[in-house]
Design a protein. Structure first.
Length: 429
């Protein structure tokens, strides 16, 4: 018994520093990518370049294979150019940025020809401003994007370290996509480029059919109550069972959504019939504002997400059969909605499968919802006479509303249905 106790104690002292090292590495990655120096990582800017150089530097240290065989460090970059309409004119401004792609060949002779993409986007909103997606339309300032999506980048870098060490039967593509905030442009360009690339020069499957699954991490830095949202669980036969089993193993509460659509890069893959899993810890009041800074992140929660994703990808990588693809109709209407108003509350996206409506996790004092009488814990049932069943409905309703109007909001408080008249302010926070 004494020997067993000593062994357990030694194991504990060995494991703890490893966890601490991983958390420290993720914190360092977030603090750099979301620093003022990088200016919000808008595509084609100096900050965008610095962010991509940092990520490539980490991949080079791990001695990953670049996508282009002959170009050494430049081989990690997949450049693309896209057009952005200049506000108030008929002119289109072209911007050039890139995806960052690294490849880890599989170790199984049969399965190594099948690839899993593990991805996140590294761009953000820059200084914000009108038509940028910022929720503070009247504020020009660095939008650091710590949760969106330096958190995802930090976790994917740690996943790259892990699988470089343990390897996997299937090959893994680690992808950091550019220009996601502009409309999933980087991931769409990557999939299109694969059709045209000279296969003799790249370390990728010969066709997009060689990609058998995509796992996307976007906004995974604000875990609450050990809860994680997993979308796309219906896009392949075994995905839901695998995700639920991994959740039990890692002691996480997951909310599963069958379809694989939504406002992040996994949608580009499901659109070409590749099964996907999308992981997120959900929205918050700092989303798309200058207040999305590194100090607001839950690094213990990021460690939990890392452990969940390591096990999840590991299981996908060793599935004996190729994952099938199932077409699931989209229930997500969020797209890249621009909000002119805010209610001033933080929805609890993790409760959406267990209650009728959307629970208000935090209602901010002084904001429209609070002023009208809505309180934390109230469950939103309707906004402006239209039903709210989940986060998608909530975001859609917000996108339809106009400032300086008063609309009814129906909530469930305990067993009582209450209606509050909410006067809407412009979206600042």
């Amino acid at each position: 018994m004494r020997q067993k106790y000593i062994l357990l104690s030694l194991l504990f002292t060995l494991v703890l520093p490893i966890h601490a090292q991983k958390q420290d590495a993720m914190r360092q990655a977030v603090e750099y990518l979301a620093s003022q120096e990088l200016g919000g990582r808008f595509p084609g800017t100096v900050g965008d370049t610095l962010a991509s150089e940092y990520i490539v530097g980490q991949l080079r240290k791990l001695k990953f294979k670049p996508i282009v065989k002959a170009k050494k460090e430049k081989g990690f970059y997949h450049d693309f150019t896209y057009g952005k309409k200049v506000e108030g004119t008929d002119r289109t401004e072209e911007r050039t940025t890139h995806n960052i792609i690294a490849v880890l060949p599989g170790k199984d002779k049969r399965l190594k020809h099948e690839y899993i993409v593990v991805g996140s986007h590294y761009d953000h909103l820059g200084l914000g401003g009108k038509n940028s997606g910022s929720r503070r339309l009247d504020t020009l300032g660095v939008h650091p994007g710590a949760d969106d999506n330096a958190s995802g980048d930090a976790v994917v870098l740690e996943l790259a370290k892990h699988f470089k060490k343990v390897r996997s039967p299937r090959s893994i593509i680690f992808a950091f996509f550019g220009a996601e905030e502009q409309g999933l442009i980087g991931s769409k360009n990557f999939l299109e480029w694969m059709k045209q690339a000279d296969q003799r020069r790249i370390n990728l499957p010969a066709t997009k059919e060689g990609i058998v699954a995509m796992v996307n991490l976007d906004m995974v830095g604000r875990m609450r109550d050990d809860a994680l949202s997993v979308s796309g669980t219906g896009t392949s036969s075994d995905f839901k069972a695998i995700a639920e089993e991994v959740a039990r193993q890692t002691n996480l509460h997951i909310t599963c959504t069958p379809d694989g659509y939504g406002p992040s890069d996994h949608a580009s893959f499901v659109a070409v019939e590749i099964p996907v899993l999308f992981l997120t810890t959900g929205g918050h009041m700092e989303y798309h504002t200058p207040d999305d800074v590194p100090s607001t992140l839950n690094y213990d929660g990021m460690q939990q997400t890392l452990e969940f994703t390591q096990e999840l990808v590991g299981r996908l990588a060793k599935m004996p059969k190729t994952p099938d693809y199932i077409s699931v109709p989209s229930t997500n209407r969020m797209s890249h909605a621009k909000f002119k108003v805010t209610l001033g509350l933080m929805p609890d996206v993790m409760e959406q499968s267990r209650i009728p409506g959307l629970r208000a996790d935090i209602v901010v004092a002084g904001k429209p919802a609070y002023t009208a009488g809505i309180r934390s814990g109230d469950v939103i049932q309707e906004i402006d006479g239209k039903p709210v069943k989940d986060m998608n409905d909530y975001m859609q309703r917000l996108s339809e509303l106009q400032p300086d109007t008063t609309i009814p909001v129906k909530v469930l408080r305990g067993e009582k249905l209450l209606i509050f008249d909410v006067h809407l302010n412009p979206a600042k926070k």
